[in-house]
Design a protein around this ligand. Structure first.
Ligand code: CP
Ligand code: NVA
Length: 333
Protein backbone atom coordinates (compact mmCIF):
# COMPACT_ATOMS: atom_id res chain seq x y z
CA UNK A 1 0.00 0.00 0.00
CA UNK A 2 2.82 2.40 0.61
CA UNK A 3 4.00 4.36 -2.32
CA UNK A 4 7.58 5.40 -3.08
CA UNK A 5 6.67 9.05 -3.69
CA UNK A 6 5.23 9.23 -0.18
CA UNK A 7 7.00 6.69 2.02
CA UNK A 8 8.73 8.40 4.97
CA UNK A 9 8.01 11.88 3.53
CA UNK A 10 6.42 14.98 4.99
CA UNK A 11 3.35 16.56 3.44
CA UNK A 12 3.74 20.30 4.00
CA UNK A 13 2.13 21.70 0.85
CA UNK A 14 0.64 20.21 -2.32
CA UNK A 15 3.20 21.98 -4.54
CA UNK A 16 5.98 19.70 -3.22
CA UNK A 17 4.37 16.70 -4.93
CA UNK A 18 3.04 15.98 -8.42
CA UNK A 19 -0.56 15.84 -9.58
CA UNK A 20 -0.11 12.09 -10.08
CA UNK A 21 1.04 11.55 -6.49
CA UNK A 22 -1.86 13.59 -5.06
CA UNK A 23 -4.18 11.45 -7.13
CA UNK A 24 -2.55 8.30 -5.71
CA UNK A 25 -3.63 9.39 -2.22
CA UNK A 26 -7.17 10.13 -3.41
CA UNK A 27 -7.44 6.76 -5.18
CA UNK A 28 -6.14 4.95 -2.10
CA UNK A 29 -8.67 6.88 0.00
CA UNK A 30 -11.46 5.68 -2.32
CA UNK A 31 -10.44 2.06 -1.79
CA UNK A 32 -9.98 2.52 1.98
CA UNK A 33 -13.46 4.05 2.13
CA UNK A 34 -14.83 0.96 0.38
CA UNK A 35 -12.89 -1.46 2.62
CA UNK A 36 -14.23 0.29 5.70
CA UNK A 37 -17.81 0.29 4.41
CA UNK A 38 -17.55 -3.43 3.68
CA UNK A 39 -16.19 -4.11 7.18
CA UNK A 40 -12.96 -5.44 5.65
CA UNK A 41 -10.47 -2.86 6.82
CA UNK A 42 -6.97 -4.20 7.26
CA UNK A 43 -4.68 -2.56 9.82
CA UNK A 44 -1.45 -1.39 8.24
CA UNK A 45 -0.13 0.92 10.95
CA UNK A 46 -0.06 -1.34 14.01
CA UNK A 47 2.21 0.10 16.71
CA UNK A 48 2.86 3.44 14.97
CA UNK A 49 2.70 6.55 17.15
CA UNK A 50 1.61 9.94 15.86
CA UNK A 51 1.83 13.28 17.73
CA UNK A 52 -0.90 15.81 16.93
CA UNK A 53 0.42 19.27 17.73
CA UNK A 54 -2.44 21.72 17.31
CA UNK A 55 -1.95 25.42 18.07
CA UNK A 56 -5.39 26.27 16.62
CA UNK A 57 -8.80 24.71 17.26
CA UNK A 58 -10.01 21.80 15.14
CA UNK A 59 -12.89 19.34 14.95
CA UNK A 60 -12.61 17.54 11.58
CA UNK A 61 -8.86 17.47 11.10
CA UNK A 62 -8.05 16.34 14.61
CA UNK A 63 -10.80 13.70 14.61
CA UNK A 64 -9.81 12.48 11.14
CA UNK A 65 -6.20 11.93 12.29
CA UNK A 66 -7.33 10.25 15.52
CA UNK A 67 -9.92 7.95 13.94
CA UNK A 68 -7.74 7.13 10.92
CA UNK A 69 -4.85 6.20 13.22
CA UNK A 70 -7.08 4.16 15.54
CA UNK A 71 -8.72 2.24 12.70
CA UNK A 72 -5.32 1.42 11.25
CA UNK A 73 -3.87 0.25 14.59
CA UNK A 74 -1.77 3.34 15.36
CA UNK A 75 -1.98 5.55 18.44
CA UNK A 76 -2.03 9.33 18.79
CA UNK A 77 -1.12 11.93 21.42
CA UNK A 78 -2.98 15.23 21.17
CA UNK A 79 -1.11 18.37 22.24
CA UNK A 80 -3.60 21.24 22.11
CA UNK A 81 -3.05 25.01 22.02
CA UNK A 82 -2.40 25.12 25.78
CA UNK A 83 -0.98 21.66 26.30
CA UNK A 84 2.68 21.81 25.35
CA UNK A 85 5.76 24.03 25.60
CA UNK A 86 6.10 24.35 21.83
CA UNK A 87 6.83 27.90 20.75
CA UNK A 88 6.40 29.21 24.32
CA UNK A 89 8.96 27.77 26.78
CA UNK A 90 10.63 25.60 24.12
CA UNK A 91 11.72 26.37 20.59
CA UNK A 92 10.16 24.57 17.65
CA UNK A 93 13.58 23.13 16.85
CA UNK A 94 14.00 21.61 20.33
CA UNK A 95 10.41 20.30 20.49
CA UNK A 96 10.87 18.75 17.05
CA UNK A 97 13.97 16.86 18.17
CA UNK A 98 12.14 15.55 21.26
CA UNK A 99 9.05 14.46 19.35
CA UNK A 100 11.24 12.85 16.70
CA UNK A 101 12.76 10.58 19.35
CA UNK A 102 9.36 9.32 20.48
CA UNK A 103 6.97 9.38 17.54
CA UNK A 104 6.86 7.96 14.03
CA UNK A 105 5.15 11.07 12.63
CA UNK A 106 3.76 14.47 13.61
CA UNK A 107 0.69 16.36 12.43
CA UNK A 108 0.90 20.11 13.02
CA UNK A 109 -1.77 22.81 12.89
CA UNK A 110 -0.78 26.38 13.54
CA UNK A 111 0.27 29.69 12.13
CA UNK A 112 3.47 30.12 10.13
CA UNK A 113 4.38 27.67 7.38
CA UNK A 114 7.98 27.90 8.56
CA UNK A 115 6.97 26.19 11.84
CA UNK A 116 5.76 23.07 10.05
CA UNK A 117 8.89 23.16 7.88
CA UNK A 118 11.13 23.38 10.96
CA UNK A 119 9.27 20.52 12.62
CA UNK A 120 9.90 18.39 9.57
CA UNK A 121 13.56 19.36 9.32
CA UNK A 122 14.48 18.79 12.96
CA UNK A 123 12.23 15.85 13.90
CA UNK A 124 13.47 13.86 10.90
CA UNK A 125 10.03 12.24 10.80
CA UNK A 126 7.18 12.67 8.35
CA UNK A 127 5.26 15.81 9.31
CA UNK A 128 1.77 16.54 8.02
CA UNK A 129 0.50 20.09 7.64
CA UNK A 130 -2.90 20.01 9.34
CA UNK A 131 -3.43 23.72 8.39
CA UNK A 132 -1.21 26.77 8.52
CA UNK A 133 -1.94 30.36 7.57
CA UNK A 134 -0.62 29.54 4.09
CA UNK A 135 -1.94 26.10 3.15
CA UNK A 136 -4.49 23.44 4.11
CA UNK A 137 -3.18 20.50 2.10
CA UNK A 138 -5.11 17.68 3.78
CA UNK A 139 -8.35 19.59 3.08
CA UNK A 140 -7.76 19.84 -0.67
CA UNK A 141 -7.31 16.06 -0.96
CA UNK A 142 -10.73 15.48 0.62
CA UNK A 143 -12.23 18.21 -1.54
CA UNK A 144 -11.08 16.67 -4.81
CA UNK A 145 -12.17 13.22 -3.64
CA UNK A 146 -15.63 14.68 -2.89
CA UNK A 147 -15.88 16.38 -6.29
CA UNK A 148 -14.90 13.14 -8.01
CA UNK A 149 -17.63 11.23 -6.12
CA UNK A 150 -20.29 13.80 -6.95
CA UNK A 151 -19.50 14.48 -10.59
CA UNK A 152 -20.14 12.41 -13.68
CA UNK A 153 -17.32 14.22 -15.51
CA UNK A 154 -13.73 13.09 -15.71
CA UNK A 155 -11.35 14.88 -13.35
CA UNK A 156 -10.03 17.29 -16.00
CA UNK A 157 -13.58 18.32 -16.91
CA UNK A 158 -14.62 19.10 -13.34
CA UNK A 159 -15.09 22.80 -12.62
CA UNK A 160 -15.15 24.51 -9.24
CA UNK A 161 -15.12 28.05 -7.95
CA UNK A 162 -13.85 29.21 -4.57
CA UNK A 163 -15.88 32.27 -3.52
CA UNK A 164 -14.64 34.54 -0.72
CA UNK A 165 -11.25 35.39 0.75
CA UNK A 166 -9.08 34.23 -2.15
CA UNK A 167 -5.88 34.69 -0.17
CA UNK A 168 -6.67 32.26 2.59
CA UNK A 169 -5.17 28.81 3.18
CA UNK A 170 -8.11 26.86 1.73
CA UNK A 171 -8.34 29.00 -1.42
CA UNK A 172 -4.61 28.76 -2.08
CA UNK A 173 -4.54 25.00 -1.55
CA UNK A 174 -7.50 24.51 -3.88
CA UNK A 175 -6.02 26.78 -6.53
CA UNK A 176 -2.73 24.88 -6.60
CA UNK A 177 -4.30 21.43 -6.33
CA UNK A 178 -6.80 22.08 -9.11
CA UNK A 179 -3.98 23.47 -11.27
CA UNK A 180 -1.84 20.38 -10.64
CA UNK A 181 -4.74 18.07 -11.49
CA UNK A 182 -5.72 19.78 -14.75
CA UNK A 183 -9.13 20.99 -13.52
CA UNK A 184 -11.25 24.06 -14.33
CA UNK A 185 -10.34 26.25 -11.34
CA UNK A 186 -11.84 29.61 -10.51
CA UNK A 187 -11.34 32.04 -7.65
CA UNK A 188 -14.07 34.61 -7.23
CA UNK A 189 -13.08 37.41 -4.87
CA UNK A 190 -12.84 41.21 -4.69
CA UNK A 191 -9.47 42.36 -6.05
CA UNK A 192 -8.26 43.23 -2.53
CA UNK A 193 -8.59 39.55 -1.61
CA UNK A 194 -7.12 37.89 -4.67
CA UNK A 195 -4.42 35.30 -4.09
CA UNK A 196 -0.89 36.74 -4.11
CA UNK A 197 0.89 37.01 -7.46
CA UNK A 198 3.41 34.27 -6.61
CA UNK A 199 0.65 31.73 -5.97
CA UNK A 200 -1.23 32.70 -9.13
CA UNK A 201 1.95 32.37 -11.14
CA UNK A 202 2.69 28.96 -9.60
CA UNK A 203 -0.84 27.84 -10.49
CA UNK A 204 -0.33 29.04 -14.07
CA UNK A 205 2.95 27.12 -14.29
CA UNK A 206 1.25 23.92 -13.13
CA UNK A 207 -1.58 24.59 -15.57
CA UNK A 208 0.80 24.67 -18.54
CA UNK A 209 1.81 21.10 -17.66
CA UNK A 210 -1.60 19.76 -16.66
CA UNK A 211 -3.96 21.58 -19.05
CA UNK A 212 -5.84 23.20 -16.15
CA UNK A 213 -7.90 26.32 -16.84
CA UNK A 214 -7.32 29.02 -14.19
CA UNK A 215 -9.49 32.08 -13.72
CA UNK A 216 -9.26 34.68 -10.95
CA UNK A 217 -12.18 37.09 -11.30
CA UNK A 218 -13.97 39.66 -9.15
CA UNK A 219 -17.23 39.26 -11.05
CA UNK A 220 -19.46 36.42 -9.77
CA UNK A 221 -21.39 36.44 -13.05
CA UNK A 222 -18.25 35.50 -14.99
CA UNK A 223 -16.64 33.32 -12.36
CA UNK A 224 -19.68 31.16 -11.64
CA UNK A 225 -20.84 30.68 -15.20
CA UNK A 226 -21.55 26.98 -15.84
CA UNK A 227 -19.53 25.87 -12.82
CA UNK A 228 -20.40 22.60 -11.09
CA UNK A 229 -19.02 23.10 -7.55
CA UNK A 230 -19.39 26.34 -5.60
CA UNK A 231 -17.05 26.41 -2.61
CA UNK A 232 -16.93 28.85 0.25
CA UNK A 233 -15.08 29.36 3.53
CA UNK A 234 -15.23 31.73 6.49
CA UNK A 235 -14.53 35.40 5.83
CA UNK A 236 -12.12 35.69 8.75
CA UNK A 237 -9.69 32.81 9.26
CA UNK A 238 -8.34 31.57 12.59
CA UNK A 239 -5.58 33.84 13.83
CA UNK A 240 -6.83 36.94 11.97
CA UNK A 241 -7.72 39.98 14.07
CA UNK A 242 -11.43 40.43 14.80
CA UNK A 243 -10.87 44.08 13.99
CA UNK A 244 -10.77 43.13 10.33
CA UNK A 245 -14.28 41.75 10.43
CA UNK A 246 -16.18 44.93 9.57
CA UNK A 247 -13.99 45.50 6.53
CA UNK A 248 -14.33 41.85 5.44
CA UNK A 249 -18.11 41.93 5.72
CA UNK A 250 -18.17 45.03 3.55
CA UNK A 251 -15.83 43.54 0.95
CA UNK A 252 -17.36 40.08 0.87
CA UNK A 253 -21.11 40.64 1.24
CA UNK A 254 -21.55 40.64 -2.56
CA UNK A 255 -19.87 37.22 -2.54
CA UNK A 256 -22.21 35.53 -0.08
CA UNK A 257 -23.30 32.18 -1.52
CA UNK A 258 -27.07 32.65 -1.70
CA UNK A 259 -29.72 31.73 -4.24
CA UNK A 260 -29.09 34.81 -6.43
CA UNK A 261 -25.37 34.14 -6.59
CA UNK A 262 -25.99 30.49 -7.45
CA UNK A 263 -28.17 31.57 -10.40
CA UNK A 264 -24.98 32.67 -12.16
CA UNK A 265 -24.05 29.00 -12.59
CA UNK A 266 -27.01 28.61 -14.97
CA UNK A 267 -27.22 24.97 -13.84
CA UNK A 268 -29.57 22.88 -11.72
CA UNK A 269 -26.95 20.33 -10.76
CA UNK A 270 -24.59 22.76 -8.95
CA UNK A 271 -23.27 21.57 -5.61
CA UNK A 272 -22.24 23.55 -2.57
CA UNK A 273 -19.01 22.81 -0.71
CA UNK A 274 -17.44 24.27 2.43
CA UNK A 275 -14.45 23.08 4.45
CA UNK A 276 -16.43 23.85 7.66
CA UNK A 277 -17.00 25.19 10.24
CA UNK A 278 -19.50 27.53 8.50
CA UNK A 279 -21.40 30.52 9.78
CA UNK A 280 -24.94 30.14 8.48
CA UNK A 281 -27.33 30.47 11.44
CA UNK A 282 -27.63 31.71 15.03
CA UNK A 283 -26.90 28.39 16.73
CA UNK A 284 -23.29 29.27 17.54
CA UNK A 285 -21.81 31.82 19.92
CA UNK A 286 -20.04 33.42 17.01
CA UNK A 287 -23.27 33.50 14.98
CA UNK A 288 -25.04 35.30 17.86
CA UNK A 289 -22.21 37.80 18.25
CA UNK A 290 -22.38 38.58 14.56
CA UNK A 291 -26.17 38.87 14.66
CA UNK A 292 -25.83 41.54 17.31
CA UNK A 293 -23.19 43.43 15.38
CA UNK A 294 -24.34 43.07 11.77
CA UNK A 295 -28.02 42.15 12.09
CA UNK A 296 -27.61 38.92 10.15
CA UNK A 297 -26.46 35.36 10.82
CA UNK A 298 -25.62 34.47 7.24
CA UNK A 299 -22.14 35.40 6.17
CA UNK A 300 -20.31 33.30 3.60
CA UNK A 301 -23.42 31.18 2.91
CA UNK A 302 -27.13 31.37 3.66
CA UNK A 303 -28.80 28.67 5.72
CA UNK A 304 -30.99 27.91 2.68
CA UNK A 305 -28.01 26.94 0.52
CA UNK A 306 -26.15 25.23 3.36
CA UNK A 307 -29.15 23.00 4.15
CA UNK A 308 -30.19 22.45 0.54
CA UNK A 309 -30.08 19.10 -1.26
CA UNK A 310 -27.23 20.48 -3.35
CA UNK A 311 -25.03 20.87 -0.30
CA UNK A 312 -22.43 18.11 0.00
CA UNK A 313 -20.55 19.51 2.98
CA UNK A 314 -20.94 16.47 5.21
CA UNK A 315 -19.70 14.03 2.54
CA UNK A 316 -16.78 16.40 2.23
CA UNK A 317 -16.20 16.30 6.00
CA UNK A 318 -16.31 12.48 6.03
CA UNK A 319 -13.75 12.36 3.23
CA UNK A 320 -11.26 14.09 5.54
CA UNK A 321 -11.06 10.75 7.34
CA UNK A 322 -10.47 8.63 4.24
CA UNK A 323 -7.88 10.95 2.71
CA UNK A 324 -5.95 11.47 5.95
CA UNK A 325 -5.97 7.69 6.43
CA UNK A 326 -4.60 7.23 2.92
CA UNK A 327 -1.87 9.77 3.68
CA UNK A 328 -0.88 7.95 6.89
CA UNK A 329 -0.84 4.56 5.16
CA UNK A 330 1.18 5.87 2.21
CA UNK A 331 3.81 7.53 4.35
CA UNK A 332 4.05 5.20 7.33
CA UNK A 333 3.19 1.62 6.34
N1 CP B 1 -12.06 21.85 7.71
C1 CP B 1 -11.32 21.80 8.82
O1 CP B 1 -10.08 21.86 8.81
O2 CP B 1 -12.05 21.65 9.95
P1 CP B 1 -11.49 21.74 11.44
O3 CP B 1 -11.04 23.15 11.67
O4 CP B 1 -12.66 21.33 12.29
O5 CP B 1 -10.35 20.77 11.56
N1 NVA C 1 -9.68 29.41 6.37
C1 NVA C 1 -10.15 28.76 7.57
C2 NVA C 1 -10.21 27.28 7.37
C3 NVA C 1 -10.73 26.50 8.56
C4 NVA C 1 -10.76 25.04 8.31
C5 NVA C 1 -9.23 29.12 8.73
O1 NVA C 1 -8.01 29.09 8.55
O2 NVA C 1 -9.73 29.42 9.81
Amino acid sequence: MSNEAWRGKSYLAEKDYTGRSLLDIIELAQSLRQERADGLEEQRLIGKKIALVFEKASTRTRCAFEVAAFEQGASTTYLGPAGSHLGKEESVKDSARVLGRMYDAIAYRGFAQRTVEELSLYSQRPVFNALTDEWHPTQSLADVMTMMSHSTSSLSQISFVFVGDGRNNVARSLLITGAMLGMDVRICAPKELWPDAVTISLANDFAIESGARIKVDHDPKEALYNVEFVYSDVWLSMGESKELLGQRVELLSPYQVNSSLIEHTGRDDWKFMHCLPALHDETTLQGLELLERFGTTAFEVTDEIFESENSIVFDQAENRLHTIKALLVSTLS
